[in-house]
Design a binder for this molecule. Structure first.
Ligand code: F6R
Length: 596
């Protein structure tokens, strides 16, 4: 997602900001900017496209003087990726950068800013205008920030500078990641440690609805009701040989949390800035010509394939089915007259899938491979390849590759049809932001895993339709890294046999995101509750009910698997963590399964 970096110290800020932004490039962005304070004035420079454009515009930072500043890489959600929408946004007094989405911006405009002329189409500008308004009404800056926290709804990580004050910058956070880096004679703000690691290894966490007042030689953290927080900085355990794990204790959680970035990268690769889909025409021609799509894969990739089948049928109106490769190869169903094959494989090396590919090529059929690894066997041997752009997936249990597969399948299905009536770029951007908010709920996931799942030897996931498909993947994730036996069930099917296994304290996780089936799944929840099960409910906000423990933000129903799978991935991670399992390398498993 968007990246934030801020610096206050003795050195020139702009080159440091540009360097920090370069470290955040991996997050995906379409414009960049910086604002630097010097002698009572803030200079803002913004540029569309790659960071190099901003580097050139500022002569590598030399053209912007000052030792206090903020920088940003923006991934457009509200408003086009152009210079006026790029951050920092500036009002009459403050400049700020923002990651996240302000959900009540329309209400805030009406309530506080009806006379204000806006220079951009962003929700971020509302925040800077509010800062101007609150301070113009006589509030001190810290009071204005508390007022801001009180009225803003949604997710935000903010870095703010004040044209009347060369001694401070401010960090404000709710549901979007933000850290303060502690230096010697300087301090920094960053959306992740990588932006600051060249300068410091020490970081302060900022919790939701807290703000930090950052000066050259101090950092003070406050709650939204002005109480000073006493918190020690922590040292990032960055082993250089292990650098790609960043500040995370395991690759698994790092990769779970990279999912928003991966989705944005996929959008960058398969969509232009107006949201037009760009999938090679020869692939679309083969897909249009076929009479049925056969999706073949294993494990997690098969689970993504089931969702793909659903996309092709619901979005593009094309018959499709998904098959487990190891079954398909020896028990091939009767094929339609003009079949087209899609192989889904993170590694591109899976032997079971390759066996099918070899066989169907011998039969003269065409195939596309969707893979994370360019030049892999399945990619080389198929007629076409679409890449996942998920970056190296190092943890054995697949997380970000799964969401990448689902997203690429959605784009492919949408590209097959002229007008699908959905703005996929907007909807996927919303998904990415919604996942990012979930990353702020880690304590909840850890507690639920500990209370509900860890004490048991088995567990069930139940759901219907899209939710059922996610249950299959959720169950695989939990069993493979925590070794708790877990099954994903179609919620309505449970009572036809498996409910016999439900006893006192059996954990059951229900996924509920679909309006047309939510009541049925809730009835199934009652059935297991009355037999003593302990139930965790993961519900999408629009269909949530009182008492649902995990409520995920609303996204388009068809894309709900991309969001509802995330709490399940976290539950698996924290169950394994509490049980002391080898999370990144579960026993008996390999990342790339090259034997049949
Ligand atoms: C589970 C997992 C495996 C793989 C499966 C296929 O977390 O990672 O189930 O999905 O082995 O691997 P690829 O996608 O490389 O073909």
């Amino acid at each position: 997602m968007c990246g934030i970096v801020g610096y206050i110290g003795e050195k020139q800020a702009a080159p440091i900001l540009l360097d920090g932004l370069a470290k955040l490039e991996y997050r995906g962005y379409d414009s960049a900017g910086l604002a630097v304070y010097d002698e009572g004035k803030i200079t803002v420079r913004r540029a569309v496209g790659k960071l190099v454009n901003l580097v050139e515009k500022t002569e590598e930072g030399r053209a912007v003087k000052g030792t206090l500043g903020i920088g940003h890489t923006r991934w457009a959600t509200h408003g086009k990726p152009n210079e006026k929408n790029a951050h920092p946004h500036t009002g009459s007094r403050f400049s700020l950068v923002h990651n996240g989405i302000i959900e009540n911006e329309a209400e805030l405009r009406r309530r506080f800013l009806s006379d204000t002329e806006f220079a951009s189409e962003t929700d971020t500008e509302v925040i800077v205008r509010l800062m101007d308004k609150f301070t113009a009404d006589g509030e001190a800056v810290d009071v204005a920030i508390m007022h801001l926290i009180d009225v803003l709804e949604g997710s935000y990580a903010l870095a703010i500078i004040d044209s009347l004050d060369g001694e401070h910058m401010y960090a404000v956070k709710n549901k979007s990641p933000l850290l303060v880096g502690k230096g010697d004679g300087f301090n920094m703000i960053g959306s992740d440690a990588m932006a600051m690691i060249a300068h410091t290894e020490w970081f302060y966490e900022i919790h939701d609805k807290e703000f930090a007042v950052v000066s050259r030689d101090g950092v003070e953290i406050f709650t939204s009701y002005s109480q000073k927080v006493s918190r020690e900085p922590y040292k990032a355990e960055l082993d250089l040989s292990d650098i790609s794990k960043g500040t995370y204790p395991h690759y698994t959680i790092k990769e779970i949390e990279e999912q928003p970035l991966v989705l944005r990268r996929i959008m960058q690769e398969y969509m232009d800035e107006n949201g037009e889909l760009s999938v090679p025409e020869e692939i679309l021609a083969d897909l249009r010509e076929c009479d049925k799509i056969y999706i073949v894969a294993c494990g997690t990739s098969y689970h993504a394939g089931i969702i793909g089948k659903h996309f092709f049928e619901k979005i593009s109106g094309k018959p499709a089915d998904s098959f487990v490769a190891s079954e398909f190869v020896y028990n091939m169903p009767l094929l339609s007259e003009k079949p087209f094959f899609i192989f889904i494989s993170q590694s591109g090396e899976t032997a079971d899938s390759r066996a099918v590919l070899v066989k169907i090529k011998q039969m003269g059929h065409k195939a596309l491979t969707i893979t994370n690894v360019k030049g892999s066997t399945l990619s080389r041997e198929a007629d076409h390849t679409l890449l996942l752009y998920a970056g190296p997936e190092i943890a054995v249990a697949s997380t970000k590759a799964y969401s990448a597969q689902v997203a690429v399948l959605a784009i492919l299905a949408a590209a097959l049809k002229n007008n699908i009536g959905i703005n996929l770029k907007y909807e996927l951007a919303l998904v990415a932001n919604t996942i990012e908010s979930l990353c702020g709920d880690k304590e909840l996931f850890s507690r639920l895993a500990k209370e509900y799942i860890v004490p048991s030897r088995n567990c069930f996931y139940i759901g219907r339709g899209e939710d059922y498909y996610v249950c299959l993947e959720a169950a695989l994730k939990l069993k493979e890294i925590s070794y708790i036996q877990t099954e994903g069930f179609a919620a309505g099917e449970l009572k036809h046999g498996t409910i016999a296994l439900i006893e006192k304290d059996t954990p059951v996780v229900a996924i509920i995101t679909q309006a047309n089936t939510q009541l049925n799944t809730r009835s199934n929840v009652k059935e297991v509750l009355s037999r003593g099960a302990k139930v965790i409910r993961i519900a999408m906000k629009s269909v949530s009910s009182h008492g649902d423990q995990i409520v995920v933000g609303d996204v388009h129903e068809i894309l709900s698997p991309l969001v509802s799978v995330v709490p399940a991935q976290y539950l698996a991670y924290y169950s394994a963590l509490h049980l002391g399992c080898d999370i990144d390398k579960p026993r008996n498993l390999a990342k790339s399964v090259t034997v049949e």
